[in-house]
Design a protein around this ligand. Sequence first.
Ligand code: NDP
Ligand code: ZN
Length: 178
Amino acid sequence: MEWSDCERLTEALVFAAARHRDQRRKDADRSPYINHPIALLQVLLVEARIQGPPEVLIAALLHDILEDTATRPEELAERFGAEIRDLVLELTDDKSLPKAERKRLQIERAAGLSPKARLIALADKISNLRDLATSPPPDWDLERRRAYFDWAAAAVEPLRGTHAELERLFDLALSRRP
Ligand code: NDP
Ligand code: ZN
């Protein structure tokens, strides 16, 4: 990555930390939400050694910002460019739809994701399965945790053939299904 890409990556981290500042994960400790976008960066850059294109790493840090904060797509475009806005939009669920419908649509739309969005979607599922195995929401019973693993497996199936190491990491996380 160029120096200017490192700058943009750092700006995305600072921006995401600010926007997610009042949000917590669903684990018993209510961890800071920003740990999750950081986990995606770790999976992509450190574990899977994906060093570019930079948009993948930048959009990974911003992937939940439209879904979970008051940030608007136009603001993302102004700060980070139209490509980042479009990548994050690809990864954003329509929260006006019922939960079950959103889950179904993610599976249906997975095959149509762009190559860059597929990498981020894989890292997202890896991070969430790991969290569910090690620090699940305390009010989720065994059945619900298992149902999430099964849904994640179905959502990743159309993404296979994207990146061997990411898929290996996903399968490893999936193998910890409770
Ligand atoms: P949710 O979508 O409500 O919650 C899971 C999401 O929460 C993750 O995708 C992740 O999204 C985020 N998250 C935050 N903290 C954690 C954490 N510690 N561990 C893992 N994820 C975290 O879950 P679902 O509604 O999908 O429930 C899972 C399954 O259980 C479903 O398949 C459903 O069929 C079944 N079920 C659902 C019920 C319901 O009321 N919804 C009731 C009973 C069963 P992000 O990456 O965006 O942060
Ligand atoms: Zn996420």
